[in-house]
Design a protein around this ligand. Structure first.
Ligand code: FES
Length: 91
């Protein structure tokens, strides 16, 4: 059974999703913050972010990109956007 939490907050244009999350005490696992580990994935549900960075193109698969996945530490806010934090299930 799914339990969905939603949180709306203010974010400044030009800041990354991770920066906005940190400013608003929203936790996103982000060990490297440099687009290298791929652990800070978010999915864009509505709106859009600045174009993919070279780090995102390297780290994300074509399927992930097609599914709207971005790296929170790289993806910059350009307008109103809705994202969900992608969490991997523990095995
Ligand atoms: S924190 Fe490592 S890719 Fe974003």
């Amino acid at each position: 059974m799914k339990v969905i939490f939603r949180q709306e907050t203010e974010g400044e244009k030009g800041k990354t999703i991770l920066e906005v999350a940190k400013e608003n005490q929203i936790k996103i696992k982000a060990p490297c913050e440099k687009g290298k580990c791929g652990k800070c994935k978010v999915r864009v549900l509505a709106g859009e972010l600045k174009a993919l960075t070279k780090e995102e193109k390297k780290e994300l698969s074509k399927k992930e990109i097609a599914d709207g996945i971005r790296l929170a530490c790289m993806a910059e806010v350009i307008d109103e956007v809705t994202v969900e934090i992608v969490k991997k299930k523990k095995k």
